[in-house]
Design a protein around this ligand. Structure first.
Ligand code: SF4
Length: 335
């Protein structure tokens, strides 16, 4: 069994990242099988509960108020609307429901109280509840935990060195502070990044280095391919190749063997064969539903067909393993 290490060096990660790609996939697939059931993929649904109008300047994000991207600004959804969406996600096979709000940071106000009610309600449905709400204080993290939050997503986005080229309205340390508050509150950590933003291979290695040398690896590591959106500073970035995604996923799998590695944004442009390569390289989580916050994602029935073709089944909620609640299953659909 590959040991779990948090003392990786940049050189070690670079050696893995730069190894011949088929060898890299083979090694990652081997380690993946030591720590995970390769037939299982976690299915998460992401819902934007508050959209657009964000004061931050993340260069990839259509929800930043300063870019003219045509994203419709929506105030925070009502609790019952969110719970209806969560039930729908559960019925179609999701075991994790993630709620995203385009905020710089959480404020202690009525909107946060509403989010706490949403968390409580989704948790009561037997789903793993995840939120991505921006920066959090220690006490806010604790309130979310007390309401039943299972995981918190807060991506590092890129390397510390390249961060200032992508975002200037907060620092890398702000990011790490929030991850620390989440960890301290006993919430599962979800943190990864985006490739295809003009960063170098060294930056990708740098981001993986930071993630894999945190005191404890994030339980989930999303690997996103930039979906360039018109009106954002990164609108003209070329598409990353599947081999770049595979290299990131396989390296993440090898250096963080127990973590769930999520094939996230950019999946809509991938064929089933390309996604299968990513699963072989160690990805074992996807977002389901036709939207990822504001960008397109494959339709749920396309995913169901892909799962059948690849003999993959959705992973039951981690918390179900503790409670004995039966796994959710996709309906069997004829090919
Ligand atoms: S990524 Fe998040 S923090 Fe950055 S602009 Fe978009 S919504 Fe705001």
């Amino acid at each position: 069994m590959t040991p779990i290490r948090t003392d990786w060096t940049r050189e070690e990660i670079a050696d893995i990242y730069n190894s011949p790609v088929l060898d890299l996939i083979y090694r990652a697939a081997t380690v993946h099988r030591q720590h995970h059931d390769p037939q299982e993929v976690q299915v998460c649904t992401l819902l934007s509960v508050k959209t657009g109008g964000c004061p931050e300047d993340c260069a990839y994000c259509p929800q930043a108020a300063r870019y003219h991207t045509g994203v419709k600004v929506h105030k925070l959804m009502e609790v019952d609307e969110v719970l209806t969406a969560a039930q729908r996600a559960k019925d179609s096979g999701s075991s994790r429901f993630c709620m995203g709000a385009a905020w710089r940071e959480v404020r202690d106000n009525r909107d946060f109280d509403k989010v706490l009610q949403m968390v409580h309600g989704v948790n009561a449905m037997g789903l793993e509840v995840c939120c991505t709400l921006g920066m959090l204080t220690e006490s806010q993290a604790q309130k979310l935990k007390d309401a039943g939050l299972y995981a918190y997503n807060h991506n590092l986005d890129t390397s510390e060195d390249y961060y200032g080229d992508i975002i200037t309205t907060r620092t890398y340390d702000d990011r790490l502070d929030t991850l620390g508050h989440v960890r301290q509150a006993g919430i599962s950590v979800c943190s990864g990044g985006i490739i295809g933003m003009g960063e170098s291979h060294n930056d990708r290695i740098g981001m993986l280095l930071t993630l894999s040398t945190l005191p404890q690896h994030p339980e989930s590591v999303p690997v996103n391919a930039l979906v360039p959106v018109e009106g954002t500073p990164l609108e003209d970035q070329p598409r990353v190749s599947v081999w770049e995604m595979v290299r990131m996923i396989a390296t993440a799998r090898l250096i963080m063997p127990k973590s769930i590695v999520r094939l996230s944004a950019g999946r809509v442009r991938m064929s089933v064969e390309e996604q299968a390569l990513c699963f072989l390289a160690g990805a074992n989580s996807i977002f389901a539903g036709d939207k990822l916050l504001t960008t397109a994602n494959p339709e749920t029935d396309q995913d169901q067909a892909m799962f059948q073709t690849l003999n993959i089944r959705p992973r039951k909620a981690f918390k179900d393993a503790e409670t004995g609640v039966p796994a959710v299953q996709f309906e069997q659909i004829p090919l």
